[in-house]
Design a protein around this ligand. Sequence first.
Ligand code: GLU
Length: 330
Amino acid sequence: MQHSPASENTPNTAEIQQIVDSVYEKYKNVDDGEVATYIPELGKADPSHFGICLATVEGHIIKAGDWDKEFTIQSMCKPFAFQMALERWGREKVLKHVGVEPSGDAFNSIELDAKNTRPFNPMINAGAIAVSSLIKQEPVEAGVQHFLTTMSKAAGRELKIDQDVLNSETLTGNRNRAIAYLMRNFGIIDEQVNESLHQYFAQCSVLVTCQDVALMAATMANMGMNPLTGERVFDFQFIKYVLTVMFTCGLYDYAGGWAYEVGLPAKSGVGGGIFGVVNRQLGISVYSPKLDAQGNSVRGILACKELAGHFGLHAFEFTNVGSSFMQWLL
Ligand code: GLU
């Protein structure tokens, strides 16, 4: 890894910008994959969109392409909802409702961990719906609003819900309803099944940009404090547990391959977003709606791999001694 000598006080963001721009240029014409249509409204996404954003814990933001286009957060809401459940109920109670084991099955599979009769982990739909059941409030819109307000603080701007996507998923989400009723049958979620589902669908329908998600990731990397606003958003004592589950279960059926190749706690969503957290250093976010067979953004995977390689971000990179990205800013 070569980069130019440090200048006295000016952060070396120009060099980082160049690298991010070159990654954008390299992959912007890759046209593989399909936009998700099983939630019909998602099918309206513009397949050409491709945005990248890096946000450091120091508050530097580096972005390229369609970093300001809005899309729905989808499953990228799951780590944040898990964090909120841990903050509200503590680890012991949350573990009774959702495990922390990779499932090896599809994100929307209708099954539970037979040994413990609970969902395998909070990154698959069953686990995320169990988590939504734990963070919902009475009335249900209060819980949705709490989620939205917390995510807005993490993004550093006021976020909204895409009502069309929410309606579309509510109308067609029968598989998630089946998962929820299976869990109700085993007493994992309470009798307010529709409320838990509404909380979950609304969480997935939050509209974000690449920059919003990079800042959310940077807030996690920064021990729960938004690096731009300085506001404390998340209780840092739980972040390590959330990052661990992201590391092992965040990328659908590619979770193992991702941990091996990219080596970052991360989460993807069927809207085409992927974000990664480099602990104590930065958040990375990529958006492009065409998905591969595992449900991950094709350009998103390519861009993340390339960026992690360039900057030496893999958790077990031998040069990564907790400051590998920071040296680019010196
Ligand atoms: N709302 C989507 C669903 O439950 C989220 C799926 C995802 O992004 O993985 O099907």
